[in-house]
Design a protein. Structure first.
Length: 272
């Protein structure tokens, strides 16, 4: 049920606090929200033009979409992870009811935001073990090559540090990076929406992005294990906290640069 009471808004404000965003590792969905909001703002001219355009073509489709979004918000879980999504569904649905065709771009952006933020939730609920092992299996092999004394029991990793202490950690699906993968999916969708590439090139750059994002998760786990092996458990958890905020922003910038280069090649290939 939708209840926009004081507790709802208190929860929303709490979601933008430093402790929630960084202390509880919610920077990725917040970053996705900022990206989608900026993209929506950049399209305000097109949205305004559609809002004042006359005609009824497709009007009923958008009105129906608005009703469906508001109805979906009513039945959405009341958990903290869904509060922003619930509010976005209601606002976009109401916009579609009032401005019908002008809601086209907001609806597409909402779909992108929804896919990006719910991807890790879906993985956690339906593919926890399998997704975790996409990191455990290669990490085990690479650790052996690097000479790290790593014992692996399903998702549990155990090793002796240089000082002889034993450290045991569990690699969950979250460690394998579904949240950062969700951000990549959203980033790619927004970039392709604004600057589309030919299908073949888009598929190649998408595959490159998926592989690169997955690789960053492996590198992160290996850095964390390396810090633990060399400097102890406290260093391991310090690396666990900070690596995600260093590796992935740099990787997303690299991917954006590669994408822009591909867009530039497309522009040069056009006949004059």
């Amino acid at each position: 049920m939708i209840t926009f009471d004081s507790s709802f808004w208190d929860s929303i404000m709490n979601m933008f606090s430093y402790d929630f965003i960084f202390g509880e590792h919610h920077a990725s969905p917040c970053g996705m929200l900022v990206l989608c909001s900026l993209f929506l703002f950049s399209k305000k001219k097109e949205i305004k033009e559609e809002a004042v355009r006359t005609g009824s073509r497709g009007k009923h489709l958008y009105i129906t979409s608005g009703v469906v979004l508001i109805a979906a918000a009513v039945f959405m879980p009341a958990e903290l992870d869904f509060l922003i999504l619930k509010l976005a569904f209601v606002l976009t649905g109401a916009f579609a009811l009032v401005y019908d065709r002008a809601a086209k771009i907001p609806l597409v952006i909402l779909m992108i935001y929804t896919a990006a933020t719910t991807f890790p939730i879906i993985i956690a609920n339906y593919a926890e073990t399998g997704y975790a092992k996409t990191a455990v299996v290669p990490v085990k092999a690479i650790a052996w090559i690097m000479g790290l004394p790593l014992g692996v029991n399903d998702q549990l990793l155990n090793m002796l540090t240089l000082t002889g202490d034993s450290i045991t950690v569990m690699v969950t699906a979250a460690c394998a990076g579904p949240t950062t993968m969700g951000v990549f999916l959203g980033l790619f969708a927004l970039m392709h929406l604004d600057m589309p590439l030919p299908l073949k090139r888009a598929v190649c750059i998408f595959a490159f992005g998926v592989a690169g994002t997955w690789l960053q998760s492996l590198i992160r786990i290996l850095i964390i294990l390396g810090m633990g092996y060399n400097f102890g458990e406290e260093a391991l958890w310090t690396a666990h906290f900070w690596t995600i905020y260093i590796l992935f922003p740099v990787w997303y910038l690299v991917f954006a640069f590669v994408y822009f280069k591909q867009v530039g090649r497309k522009s040069l290939a056009k006949p004059t």
